[in-house]
Design a protein around this ligand. Structure first.
Ligand code: FES
Ligand code: FES
Length: 206
């Protein structure tokens, strides 16, 4: 039976897409927010009502948004930009569930302030897809059953992306080391390892 015929695979593909919805229109802010940004700019002062004007790039799109200084990058992505593919799991920099790329490097987005991403390039799980097409890493996780409950999966995929940017031909040891900051409570590690290695091969052949 082909993948397309296999209902299980289809539902798994839909699942992994589901952790990446929200890119389109993610940078469209409510008009009140837009006008507050305009006022902040006119005043020549980044501070507005205790918030600060933050400019950064998210998934290739420029974003300007008012944020409280205490807001984390994970909160910004999920609550302001509706990029809910990034998960907040431990919320204390201990599990890797919230991993995103910052200028191509994996970071725990729950563990850094949104303001520290000013003028930088953030990539989330939503930014990996091309239209409806899964990124090769996402596809490899589907093909290799690289998850069980899936809660850690967006972070695992982003950690794999960071790893493969550094090591296009990773050894098994490099994968283990590169993804050691991402905990899977379902202990799906053998399949996650297999998925990352398969993704590397898929990308090399593409
Ligand atoms: S949720 Fe950020 S490291 Fe666990
Ligand atoms: S698949 Fe369940 S936590 Fe990793």
């Amino acid at each position: 039976m082909s993948n397309e015929e296999n209902g299980n695979n289809i539902s798994r593909r839909k699942f992994i897409k589901g952790v990446g919805v929200g890119i389109a229109g993610s940078c469209v802010l409510p008009s009140l927010e837009q006008s507050a940004i305009a006022q902040a700019k006119e005043g020549g002062d980044a501070v507005h009502g205790g918030k600060e004007l933050l400019s950064l790039t998210v998934n290739g799109k420029p974003v300007r948004v008012l944020v409280e200084p205490r807001m984390t990058l994970a909160e910004l992505l999920r609550e302001k930009l509706q990029l809910t593919g990034t998960k907040i799991v431990c919320n204390q920099g201990a599990c890797g569930g919230c991993t995103v790329l910052l200028d191509g490097h994996a970071v725990y987005s729950c563990h850094m302030l949104a303001l520290d991403a000013a003028e930088r390039e953030v990539t989330t799980i939503e930014g990996l897809m091309t239209g409806e097409e899964l990124h090769p890493i996402q596809q490899a996780f589907v093909d290799k059953d690289g998850y069980q409950c899936g809660f850690c999966t967006p972070g695992q995929v982003m950690a794999a992306q960071a790893l493969l940017l550094r090591h296009p031909r990773p050894t098994r040891e490099q994968v283990l080391e590169g993804m050691s900051g991402n905990i899977c409570r379902c202990a799906a590690y053998p399949k996650i390892l297999e998925s990352a290695l398969a993704a590397a091969e898929k990308i090399r052949k593409s």
